[in-house]
Design a protein around this ligand. Structure first.
Ligand code: ZN
Length: 499
């Protein structure tokens, strides 16, 4: 068989795998948005069948044969084809190198872990959860060994979410960020400027929906290839052909829903910008979680929290909510948009301290995997770190080590992506500004098209061709650094709080 024929047969398989995965993802979306209360059992069975189908398709021995053939013919492949083959090989290995028994045990353990975590969290009792967590770490190390990463299990977990990243690279970036961040937070929290908590109350859900629809459409989200609905936890799923975003509404916290929606829209714009003809292969897939998060964060923070953005949208916001905003000055509104207040809970954190929450988790994960921190000592280590970084000590483990679901399902190495995304966003942002000095004036006129086009050309169009570090360097000419993020945070927040 010619190399072309082998390659096109591989594409047929990758297309099938992609279609199955997308159906499974749609079921997952439906489960969180629409599923009637007593229909969960059927959905669990449907999910199990889809998982089986997906596993069969991804681990089909024929795919292995085709990849073997193509490995012998690398010189005949174009650069793009090599990217597709490289990533298909990685996916195939992940689908086939784990023994069936281990995969079963992992699925069971994820469910056991979730319930143990939920119970421990409700009771604020870490001790009951500790053995489950210890087993999750052991299993993660075992999985790394199966995939050939036995000497670097934590790097394996990081690579799952952010290809090309490693604990050593992240450690260097985060250490430098922390040095700049801790004093900045202290400076802002000791300021006498305090945003009021009660300025924005009584915002109807219909009004909020109408406003966020206007905002997200203006930013460029294509509602003919996507939609937004309500779920308990906001997320964005699907791919550029069909994006499913969700949000949630609180009448007294309209900005929380608005910024959550802008964030998910950033993810959606990335997916919609990936090359449509290649959604089934690495050429049409996101570079990794860090880059994904850079897109959501840039639209949410650099764009959505800017003066220019509010110059355009404030009159529209007031028009939609005349009664609720009548007693609120422009300065009060802008301060509410850029509220900084350290909290113990990551998901409630502001844009600055959020990074400290991530650094804390990264440092702890690193120690857990290195064996320098025992699971039993985790609550103490967590509380010490929270005090040192945020100036707050959890009153109980629910406010501390038990607050996140991630580790209960074995998702280690996932947290760093959020903070890496913030760094990448800031670095891309400042570079974009050098390319388009009038960008802010355009935002103030409600024109966001240049930035989206620039991101589509430079980030989205590349798919998974480059890892996050390479992509950032290619676009900006500089290695990824925490300095642009620190610069951005100082420029945004010091004039508001410490002028
Ligand atoms: Zn996100």
């Amino acid at each position: 068989m010619s190399t072309d024929t082998v390659y096109s047969e591989l594409l047929t398989h990758l297309n099938r795998i992609h279609r199955i995965d997308s159906v499974a993802s749609l079921l997952g979306w439906d489960e969180q948005v629409n599923l009637p209360a007593d229909s969960a059992d059927l959905r669990a069975e449907q999910n199990a069948v889809m998982a089986e189908l997906a596993h069969e398709a991804a681990g089909n021995p024929r795919v292995g044969e085709l990849l073997k053939e193509l490995a012998k013919a690398t010189v005949e492949l174009s650069a793009d084809q090599q990217v597709v083959v490289r990533e298909a090989r990685k996916d195939y290995d992940r689908a086939t190198k784990l023994p069936a028994e281990f995969v079963r045990e992992k699925a069971t353990q994820a469910s056991v872990g979730y319930h143990a975590w939920a119970k421990a969290r409700a009771a604020a009792d870490f001790a009951g959860y500790a053995p489950v967590l210890a087993k999750n770490i052991t299993m993660a190390k075992q999985e790394a060994t199966y995939l050939g990463w036995g000497d670097r299990p934590y790097d394996y977990m990081i690579d799952l979410h952010d290809p090309g990243m490693s604990a050593a690279v992240i450690d260097k970036l985060f250490s430098e960020l922390k040095v700049g961040l801790v004093p900045l937070v202290q400076q802002i929290t000791s300021s006498c400027v305090k945003p009021r908590n009660d300025v924005l109350v009584g915002f109807s859900v219909e009004g909020q929906l109408k406003f966020l629809r206007e905002v997200t459409e203006k930013l460029g989200f294509n509602y003919r290839r996507g939609r937004i609905d309500v779920s308990l936890h906001p997320f964005c799923s699907g791919n550029g052909a069909d994006i499913r975003m969700t949000t949630r509404f609180k009448e007294d916290e309209p900005l929380s829903s608005l910024f959550g929606s802008i964030h998910e829209t950033g993810h959606g714009l990335y997916e919609q910008g990936l090359p449509q003809a290649h959604h089934a292969t690495a050429l049409g897939r996101a570079a990794g979680m860090g880059v994904h998060e850079s897109q959501s964060r840039m639209w949410e923070n650099q764009v959505g929290r800017s003066r220019a953005f509010w110059q355009y949208f404030e009159p529209r916001f007031r028009e939609t909510f005349p009664a609720q905003t009548s007693g609120v000055s422009s300065d009060e509104l802008y301060l509410a948009v850029n509220k900084v207040a350290p909290t113990l809970i990551r998901v409630e954190a502001d844009e600055i301290t959020y990074n400290l929450h991530i650094i804390l988790r990264f440092e702890i994960e690193q120690q857990l995997f290195a064996g320098t921190l025992a699971v039993a000592d985790l609550p103490r280590a967590w509380n010490d770190a929270a005090q040192a970084m945020l100036g707050l000590t959890p009153a109980n483990d629910r406010e501390g080590v038990l607050q996140d679901v991630h580790w209960s399902g074995g998702a280690f190495g996932y947290f760093p992506s959020y903070c890496l995304g913030n760094m990448i966003a800031a670095q891309l942002w400042y570079f974009a500004l050098t390319q388009r000095p009038t960008l802010m004036d355009e935002f103030a006129r409600g024109d966001f098209t240049w930035l989206l086009k620039w991101l589509q050309t430079n980030v989205h169009a590349e798919g998974k061709r480059y890892d996050a570090l390479t992509l950032t360097k290619r676009i900006t000419g500089e290695e990824l650094s925490p300095q642009p993020l620190l610069r951005y945070l100082r420029e945004r927040y010091l004039p508001l709080y410490c002028a």
